[in-house]
Design a protein around this ligand. Structure first.
Ligand code: IFP
Length: 217
């Protein structure tokens, strides 16, 4: 299997739902099923925080979510945990700046999807050089989800990357809702990544479909 094309990656990034057991009040598998019905285009398993699952419990939980994604033909991405991604034969991995280098991860995962969190132009260019298929840029707006999140940067970096003619698929992340999503696409991102707006919604399905509508220009 070859590396994913830029166009296909752009399509997958439209509404990228990220979730772990700590992000939900309802049963996580039910939230994911509703989000998929609402039209999310990509899913990332991000199991973080104090009461996060570990070891076999984490593997079993991830497998359940992966099965639901497979049933809905939506790719399943694992955050940080490369070994888990390989064990599950996940569709890809997302790493931050404090994790293994993208170069090392690319060697381990072959042609699976590789995403990298970036916060400035240098990190974007490094991610591209090391084989990333997409970059996450944020936090666009202030967020309470990530404890050690950097300060909100708006859409400046997205616009800067595009003004330099850099084509890498970009997904914005951080405090995004259907109310504030469209400027992110207008500035040049291919999609939006959300946690809370879907995971803590009274109706995850409705919020997911509102997000889809908010970015459909
Ligand atoms: C910290 C993160 C930043 N960005 C992304 C993504 F949206 F996938 F690019 N995922 C993360 N886990």
């Amino acid at each position: 299997m070859s590396r994913i094309s830029i166009e296909q990656m752009r399509n997958l990034l439209k509404v990228y739902f990220i979730m772990g057991s700590n992000n939900c009040q309802q049963e996580p598998t039910h939230v994911l099923e509703l989000a998929l019905k609402g039209g999310i285009t990509l899913f990332q398993f991000r199991e973080k925080g104090t009461s996060a699952y570990t070891g076999d419990e984490k593997y079993q939980f991830a497998k359940k979510l992966q099965t639901i994604c497979k049933e809905n033909n939506v790719p399943f991405i694992v955050n940080d945990d490369v070994e888990l991604a390989l064990l599950l034969d996940a569709d890809g991995v997302h790493i931050g700046q404090d994790d293994e280098s993208a170069e090392m991860v690319r060697r381990k995962i072959g042609n699976k999807i590789l995403g990298v969190s970036t916060h400035n132009l240098e990190e974007v260019e490094k991610a591209i050089a090391e084989g990333a298929d997409y970059v996450g840029i944020g936090p666009i707006y202030s967020t309470t989800t990530k404890e050690d999140a950097k300060s909100a940067q708006g859409t400046t970096l997205i616009a800067e990357v595009r003004s330099k003619g850099i084509e890498i698929p970009i997904v914005g992340i951080g405090g995004i809702t259907s109310e504030n999503a469209s400027p992110i696409i207008k500035s040049g991102a291919d999609g939006i990544a959300v946690i809370t707006d879907i995971s803590l919604a009274n109706d995850p399905r409705e919020n997911a479909s509102k997000l889809i509508n908010s970015i459909s220009i």
